[in-house]
Ligand binder design. Structure first.
Ligand SMILES: *[C@@H]1O[C@H](CO)[C@@H](O)[C@H](O)[C@H]1NC(C)=O
Length: 118
């Protein structure tokens, strides 16, 4: 699992290796700092085709974890607006799940995962 942290004011996005799952997906960029209100595009790359369902999750500052989108097929797309951020998730191809984050005004952590089934 890779994760990104978004902080109030400036947005810090960092990849964290969290053990056994760390090699299943790879996030790029590894980290970034973005001004509040600006946009950023993040990509998650799948390294094991046996886990074709790719997902982005967010965890807000209160600790609430929720899925943003789980997408399987190339071209699949989902648009989600949540308090403090607008998201567009796109399954670019078999190995890439792109996350476009806009209008970021609240801190959060973003996680990319992959699974065998939805
Ligand atoms: C960002 O916010 C503006 C103003 O509310 C809105 O028009 C725009 O669609 C938002 N961007 C995204 C990607 O949702």
């Amino acid at each position: 699992m890779a994760s990104l942290s978004l902080l109030w004011g400036w947005v810090l996005m960092a990849a964290l290796s969290t053990g056994a799952n760390a090699s299943l997906v790879e996030q790029r960029p590894r980290w970034a700092l973005v001004r509040r209100g600006q946009a950023e595009t993040l990509s998650c790359f799948l390294r094991d085709a046996q886990y074709p369902y790719m997902s982005w999750y967010q965890q807000d500052l209160q600790g609430q974890l929720q899925v943003l989108a789980s997408l399987r097929f190339s071209g699949d797309k989902e648009v989600i607006s949540l308090p403090g951020a607008d998201y567009q998730v796109t399954r670019v191809d078999d190995t890439e799940l792109r996350l476009q984050v806009a209008n970021v005004t609240q801190g959060r952590t973003l996680y990319c995962t992959a699974a065998k089934t939805q």
